[in-house]
Design a binder for this molecule. Structure first.
Ligand code: DGY
Length: 324
């Protein structure tokens, strides 16, 4: 008998078709009423869940008696209660690697846009304000040759660092839990404590996963350590930064600018950030290219399929659950 899979976010038609070859697939449909109600109703019979952007833990999964796997279409897994899933022997999979380069591209787009005021001056031109040569109040700041600080030198951090070092001749500093000898060799990257990095870097790019340890890693104290001329870029998770403290620093001019893809609460419907010309605000699009989202969907399907057919999935977040 075919196992049943439930999607907990939008899935593309090819993905649904592919899953339907092996499984009964349930995709809640907004036209049929409340999505959450449809999800909860289907939950007791499902063996696999696939999707992204939804909190799943004890409270949400209590009725999922047959659940064997949660396949997340994301690299980050802060939405899931990993300990709870492991305790119940439910596998959790994610989609690392396939989004590394696209997310690093976006990180660099934020560095460039913040430094050269790309989004702000695009709006200026389109509003018809360009009536004579641009003068110093609208000048940006250089990126090439400036110091780039990477907070969290994982795969994405390393990909941002490579762009900075090889494309823009930037000295690279990094902080994190461990030294990366190969990257020190490849890029001349230098290890710093977080405080030292914040004090020295011209651009600080946050690429750490969200955890209890990294929640509000950058708060008022840390922002005060940064140079007044520095730019903070966040492509990790919103809660890594104390957002009200950041807004205050941007309003007071104690920080030059910020390039943000993520926020404490998403979607960001209203925020003082919208009034700040020194903040670039994107709607969490780190991995949002056609090619990368397709690759993530393919990998998530593959992980789900392996788990439900009894094979060890390629990208297992909680190997203890597999052993169990
Ligand atoms: C991830 O995969 O965790 C990214 O944030 C995607 O949106």
């Amino acid at each position: 008998m075919k196992k049943t899979v439930l999607a907990f976010s939008r899935v593309n038609p090819q993905m649904a078709e592919r899953l339907a070859q092996d499984f009964n697939v349930i995709i809640p449909d907004p036209k049929q009423g409340d999505i959450a109600a449809q999800f909860n109703e289907a939950l007791p019979e499902v063996h696999g869940l696939i999707g992204a952007g939804r909190k799943l833990g004890r409270e949400q999964l209590a009725d999922a008696k047959n659940l064997q796997v949660v396949s997340s279409i994301s690299v980050g897994y802060d939405n899931y209660d990993v300990d709870y899933l492991t305790e119940r022997g439910i596998l959790l999979t994610n989609t690392p690697d396939v989004l590394t380069e696209s997310t690093a591209d976006l990180g660099f787009a934020l560095i460039m846009s913040s430094a050269r005021r790309v989004a702000e001056l695009d709006a200026y031109t389109k509003a018809g304000h360009w009536t004579r040569s641009i003068e110093p109040p609208h000048f940006g700041t250089d990126v090439h040759g400036k110091t780039l600080g990477i907070v969290g030198m994982g795969n994405i951090g390393a990909a941002v660092a490579r762009r900075g070092r090889l494309g823009f001749n930037m000295p690279i500093l990094y902080s994190g839990n461990s030294r990366k000898a190969a990257l020190e060799q490849e890029l001349g990257a230098q290890f710093r404590t977080l405080d030292q990095l914040l004090a020295e870097a011209d651009f600080v790019c946050l690429v750490v996963p969200l955890s209890d340890k990294t929640h509000h890693l950058i708060g008022r104290r840390e922002l005060a350590l940064m140079k007044k001329s520095a730019i903070l870029v966040n492509i990790s998770r919103g809660p890594v930064v104390d957002e009200p403290a950041l807004i205050e620093a941007l309003q007071n001019g104690t920080l030059r600018g910020a390039g943000l893809d993520v926020y404490e609460k998403e979607p960001l419907a209203e925020s003082p950030l919208f009034q700040l010309s020194n903040a670039v605000t994107l709607p969490h699009i780190g991995s949002a290219t056609t090619e990368t989202r397709q690759a993530m969907a393919d990998l998530a399907c593959q992980n789900l399929r392996s788990a439900l057919l009894g094979e060890r999935p390629q990208n297992l977040v909680n190997p203890q659950a597999w052993k169990a």
